[in-house]
Design a protein around this ligand. Structure first.
Ligand code: ATP
Length: 389
């Protein structure tokens, strides 16, 4: 174990507790008649980088605040390993929070900001511990500056160092990169991941930015209106969404009305406006006789009418290009299908194929294993256009 890992190893509870993760059961928070968090069950394994992802107002921050002890649950329990911490005072929990606004002490320099908690606890080796924390967040050359003399990204690192030096079992991050500009944010995402990897502490990261969650987290819980819609590894959520909300909120999806014709073995055959397409059983989440056939825009191939495309299985003729957006790495098309719906197609700009123009007649195609099928009872537009908030 590295010196840093050793120094940041949780001390506030026994080894038994460190072995267990964070467990939320039936967690509910009501503000008067409004239910912000609704009967939430969640398990966060020790040492994971976990993201709570959802649109504004879905209850992410309230969940985090209940874990931190800043909000009292209306009902339900919060356990950390074997210990029930539901009603523990915030300072008694082995949990620390990094907020979006950093909350640094403006009158103290960087070193003293990081040292603050240790000095209050009258800890020994303060200088050594602060120095190693500043090394971890790569701020050793700035130690005598005040927060106002640092960039937003550097202030964020100080806030992180100050939270980690208390050796929490769980670090809560509430939109920690929200105040940074896009380029800095991307850099900090990689930094945060490296730091989490190095210290091995459980990170719970709240964000409404799906790209941020996917870049950093091992596990994402997608939250909507106080409940978890789906939880899993980023690629699993993206490739195999179980609800229209997840399909639309995490990236973009074409959702097409389909009539389920047969289910046999690994394949489900679905009638799509007169064309039969297939979906694998593992990605079919519709019980009735109708469903939304889902296909991601980058999984759709576009070609001239009658062109043999490399996607055996699902070929859909009769499209007309209605919009072309050149975005550098890819070209994004809107294609009007014979049934009137416009489908999105993203094609990588490899330079090997010509770019289609508005009005071109095209054929679309995709491999059955890339499609998914969702329950038709759901609103096909749920979760769309919410991630830009
Ligand atoms: P954001 O990303 O905008 O912070 P969020 O998902 O973190 O959103 P919460 O802050 O958890 O959402 O809020 C969930 C809902 O609970 C919102 O509708 C909010 O208005 C409401 N809410 C939060 N705190 C209170 C409070 N103290 N009193 C009344 N309503 C509250």
């Amino acid at each position: 174990m590295s010196q840093l890992a050793e120094q940041t190893e949780p001390q506030s509870s026994g080894a038994d507790q460190a072995a267990g993760g964070l467990e939320l059961r039936g967690l509910t928070k009501q503000f008067a008649a409004f239910t912000a968090v609704d009967d939430l069950d969640l398990d966060v394994p020790t040492g994971s980088f976990f993201a709570l992802l959802g649109p504004s107002g879905c209850g992410k921050t309230t969940t985090l605040r209940m874990v931190a002890g800043l909000e009292t649950p209306t009902s339900g329990t919060i356990r950390l390993g074997k210990r029930d911490i539901t009603f523990d005072r915030p300072y008694r929990r082995p949990v620390n929070t990094v907020f979006q606004n950093y909350a640094l002490f403006p009158h103290l320099d960087i070193f003293e900001n990081v040292a603050f908690g240790l000095r209050r606890q009258k800890k020994k080796n303060v200088d050594e511990l602060v120095q190693s924390m500043l090394e971890l967040v790569e701020l050793t050359s700035q130690t005598r500056k005040r927060p106002a003399q640092l960039s937003g990204g550097q202030q964020q690192r100080v806030a992180l160092a100050r939270a980690l030096i208390n050796k929490p079992e769980v670090l809560l991050l509430d939109e920690p990169l929200g105040a940074l500009d896009l380029k800095l944010r991307r850099g900090m995402q990689i930094e945060l991941k490296r730091i989490q990897d190095e210290v091995g502490i459980t990170f719970i990261h709240v964000t409404h930015d799906q790209e941020e969650a996917m870049t950093m987290a091992d596990t994402i819980a997608v939250m909507n209106a106080g409940v978890i819609e789906q939880m899993g590894a980023p690629d699993d959520l993206y490739e195999n969404p179980r609800t229209t909300f997840v399909a639309n909120f995490l990236g973009q999806s074409n959702l097409i009305d389909g009539q389920i014709k047969s289910r046999s073995g690994d394949l489900v055959t679905v009638g799509m406006h007169g064309i039969d397409v297939s979906v694998t059983a593992a990605r079919s989440h519709a019980d009735g006789d109708r469903g939304w056939i889902g296909i991601r825009p980058e999984k759709v191939l576009i070609g001239d009418e009658g062109e043999a495309l490399d996607a055996p299985g699902n070929t859909v003729p009769g499209g007309v290009v209605t919009d072309v957006s050149f975005v550098g790495v890819s070209t994004q098309y809107l294609v009007r299908m014979p049934w009137g719906q416009e489908l999105q197609v993203f094609e990588q700009n490899t330079g090997r194929r010509r770019i289609f123009r508005v009005g071109d007649k095209v054929e679309l195609s995709w491999r059955p294993e890339y499609a998914f099928l969702l329950d038709h009872e759901q609103d096909a537009s749920a979760g769309a256009q919410l991630d830009d908030e």
